[in-house]
Write a protein that binds this ligand. Structure first.
Ligand code: ASP
Length: 588
C-alpha cells in the first residue's frame, strides 16, 4: 500500500496514529538535528520530520532528498509545537521511521510553488510541472467540478447529452475551418466543427427536444490574445421554445452554477437591447460593474467654433468620477492610447472639473466656463471629476469611447473586486453589411431567425430593409465577457434559402453545403432555439481571472503551438503520399 492517507488529510485528532504517506518533496529544511520535509500531493502538504538522534542513517538520507523527488514515508502523527495556521494539516507533523525513494527527479526548471519563477514559455514547455502547482490544480479541478455540475443540472432538466462528430463538413461560424485530409477519399477533406450547430438542429428535427454537450470546437482564427484554436462549449438546443424560454433556462443554469460552485447569489439578469449596449457602452458586451456610460454631447458641444466637433457625426463623452487630479502626463498617455491604430481615435479632449467649481480643459480656447458647465450638466460630472470626449463617426466613436471606458476603469482600479454583473444583450441585427466586400455577413450565424414580425420584410424588403432587420439572437455577458450566445433558428426551408441568398450564396452553393439541413426542414422540423456557453471563459470569469489558458490543461501558445509536444509538426512523406497530398507543400 503506497499510502494510508493523503497529504491534506491528517488533523490533530489523528495524533498517535501510525501512517504511510506518499508524494513529492516540496522543500527540505535542515535544522541541525532535525530535517523537515514538506510532502505534497494534490490534496495538500504535510510536514515530515526526520530526527538525527532517533535514526541517524534515515536523517542522513532525508537530507539528500532533492526537490520533486517522489517518496513514501512511514511514521507517527504528532502535534506540532510550531503550528502553521495557514495549512489544513498545520497542527500536526509526521515523525518518520522509514522512507523510500519511489523516484528521483531532476531539479525542475522552475519552482513548483504558488508563485513560480518560471517564464511563460518555459512553463508551457514543462506544462506537466506547471500543472503540479496549486493554483493550476485548483483551476483544473474547478473546471472538472463545474462540468459535473452542468451535467447534473441539465440532466435534471431533461437535457440529453449527445456526441456529435468531429469529422464533418464546414459549418460557418465566421472563422476558418481546420481541415483533415481523407485517406480513403482521395483529394477530399473533412472540416473540424467550429460548433455542432447543424447537428444540434438536426437532433431537434429528430425529436430529442432538449440536447446538450460539453464539446470541443475548432476555429482557425488569427490568434488574438486569449483565444485558443480549440476550446470548449456547453452547447445546447431546445425544441418548441421561444427566446424567452432559452433565456430563462440558461439564466437558471448560470445562477445554479454560481451558487453551487462559489456560494454566490447572482443579481437579476437585466436585458439590454443591442442598440442600447452600443449607444451607452460602445460595446455589445458591456461591463456593468462600473458606471461611466457614454453621453452624447452634440447639443452642447457643436456649433461653438470648434471645427473638429462641428465636422463630427457624434461628440461623445464619459464622466470619470474623482479623476480631475490626473496629471498632464497621464492625460497625454490616455490620448496616445486612443490614437493607437487598434483604437483609431483622432484625439481626446479632456475637461477637469476642479474642486473650486472651475473647469480646465484641453479646448479652453473654444469653450468658456459656462459652456463647459453645460457639458458637466450633460454628463453629470461634479467637482473632482474628469470628462473625456471623443468625436467622429457615430458608431466608430462609440466603440472607441467604449474601449477607453474599459481602459480607464482598469488603469485606475475603478472596477470593484468580487462583483458579478450578468446581463442579456438581445435584439442583435440579423445581418451586418461589410462595406469592403460589399456583402452581408450573418451577425450570429446563417441559421438565426429574424424576429417573427420581420419575416415578411425579410422575404420582400429592399437592401436598406435588410440592414435594419433584427434577429432573435442573444448573448449572455458577465463582467464585460461574452459567456454565451445563441438564437432562435430558422426552421423553414424557404426562409433559410432566402437567408443564404442574402449572404451571397448561389442556390447551388447553398444546396451543396447545407442541402442536408434544408432537406431536414421539409420533414417536420419543430420550432427550435439554442445557445452555447464558452466553457473555458465561464471558468475564468467565475474565478475572476482574465486568461482562459489557465483553465485548459494543455493549451496552445499565442502562435497556436503546443510547445510541449512541439505541434504542429511535419509528417512523413509516406503519410503525405497516402493522403494524396502534394509533397512540395512541406518545403515552404
Ligand atoms: N453555435 C453557436 C456558436 O458557437 C451558438 C448557438 O447559436 O447555439 O456561437
Amino acid at each position: 500500500m503506497f499510502r494510508t492517507h493523503n497529504n491534506g488529510q491528517l488533523r490533530l485528532a489523528d495524533a498517535g496514529k501510525s501512517v504511510t504517506l506518499s508524494g513529492w518533496v516540496q522543500i527540505g529544511r535542515d535544522f541541525g538535528g532535525l530535517t523537515f520535509v514538506d510532502l505534497r500531493d494534490r490534496y495538500g502538504i504535510t510536514q515530515i520530520v526526520f530526527d538525527q538522534d532517533d535514526n541517524a542513517e534515515l536523517a542522513d538520507r532525508a537530507r539528500k532528498l532533492g526537490r520533486e523527488f517522489v517518496i513514501q514515508v512511514k511514521g507517527i502523527v504528532r502535534e506540532r509545537t510550531n503550528k502553521n495556521p495557514n495549512r489544513a494539516t498545520g497542527n500536526i507533523e509526521i515523525i518518520a521511521s522509514e522512507m523510500t525513494i519511489l523516484n528521483k527527479a531532476k531539479t525542475p526548471p522552475f519552482t513548483i510553488e504558488d508563485d513560480t519563477d518560471g517564464g511563460d514559455e518555459l512553463r508551457m514547455q514543462y506544462r506537466y510541472l506547471d500543472l503540479r502547482r496549486r493554483p493550476l490544480q485548483d483551476n483544473i479541478i474547478f473546471r472538472s467540478k463545474l462540468a459535473l455540475a452542468v451535467r447534473a443540472y441539465l440532466g435534471r432538466k431533461d437535457f440529453v447529452e449527445v456526441e456529435t462528430p468531429f469529422l464533418i463538413k464546414s459549418t460557418p461560424e465566421g472563422a476558418r475551418d481546420f481541415v483533415v485530409p481523407s485517406r480513403l477519399n482521395e483529394g477530399q477533406f473533412y472540416a473540424l466543427p467550429q460548433s455542432p450547430q447543424t447537428f444540434k438542429q438536426l437532433l431537434m428535427v429528430a425529436g430529442y427536444d432538449r440536447y446538450f454537450q460539453i464539446v470541443k470546437c475548432f476555429r482557425d482564427e488569427d490568434l488574438r490574445a486569449d483565444r485558443q484554436p480549440e476550446f470548449t462549449q456547453i452547447d445546447c438546443e431546445m425544441a418548441f421554445v421561444e427566446q424567452e424560454d432559452v433565456l430563462n433556462t440558461f439564466e437558471g443554469l448560470t445562477r445554479h452554477l454560481f451558487l453551487e460552485m462559489k456560494g454566490i447569489n447572482l443579481p437579476d439578469f437585466p436585458r439590454m437591447q443591442y442598440d442600447d449596449a452600443i449607444r451607452l457602452y460602445g460595446s455589445d458586451k458591456p461591463d456593468l460593474r462600473f458606471g461611466m456610460e457614454l453621453v452624447e454631447l452634440n447639443d452642447v458641444a457643436q456649433n461653438q467654433g470648434f471645427k473638429v466637433f462641428d465636422a463630427a457625426e457624434l461628440v461623445v463623452g464619459i464622466r470619470v468620477p474623482g479623476k480631475a487630479g490626473l496629471t498632464r502626463k497621464q492625460l497625454d498617455k490616455l490620448t496616445d492610447w486612443v490614437k493607437r491604430p487598434q483604437i483609431g481615435a483622432k484625439g481626446l479632449v479632456y475637461v477637469k472639473c476642479n474642486e473650486d467649481g472651475t473647469y480646465k480643459s484641453s479646448v479652453d480656447k473654444f469653450f468658456d466656463q459656462e459652456k463647459l458647465a453645460a457639458w458637466a450638466a450633460a454628463t453629470g460630472a461634479q467637482s473632482g471629476d474628469l470628462m473625456l470626449v471623443i468625436s467622429g463617426e457615430d458608431e466608430k466613436s462609440r466603440i472607441q469611447m467604449g474601449n477607453l471606458r474599459l481602459h480607464v476603469a482598469g488603469e485606475f482600479d475603478m472596477i470593484p473586486a468580487d462583483t458579478f454583473k450578468p446581463l442579456w444583450v438581445v435584439d442583435f441585427p440579423l445581418l451586418e453589411w461589410d462595406e469592403d466586400s460589399e456583402r452581408f455577413h450573418a451577425m450570429h450565424h446563417p441559421f438565426t431567425s429574424p424576429k417573427k414580425e420581420e419575416v415578411e420584410r425579410m422575404l420582400n424588403g429592399d437592401h436598406e430593409t435588410m440592414k435594419a432587420l433584427k434577429a432573435d439572437a442573444y448573448d449572455l455577458v458577465i463582467n464585460g465577457a461574452e459567456i454565451g450566445g445563441g438564437s432562435v433558428r430558422i426552421y423553414d426551408r424557404a426562409l433559410q434559402e432566402k437567408n443564404f441568398q442574402l449572404l451571397g450564396f448561389t442556390p447551388e452553393e447553398a444546396e451543396e453545403q447545407f442541402g442536408f439541413l434544408m432537406g431536414a426542414f421539409e420533414y417536420g422540423a419543430p420550432p427550435h432555439a439554442g445557445i452555447a456557453f464558452g466553457f473555458d471563459r465561464l471558468c475564468a470569469v467565475m474565478n475572476g481571472q482574465a486568461s482562459i489558458r489557465d483553465f485548459i490543461a494543455f493549451p496552445k501558445n499565442n502562435q497556436g503551438r503546443d510547445v510541449m509536444i512541439d505541434a504542429p509538426a511535419r509528417v512523413d512523406e509516406e503519410q503525405l503520399k497516402e493522403l494524396s497530398l502534394a509533397l512540395n507543400l512541406q518545403e515552404k
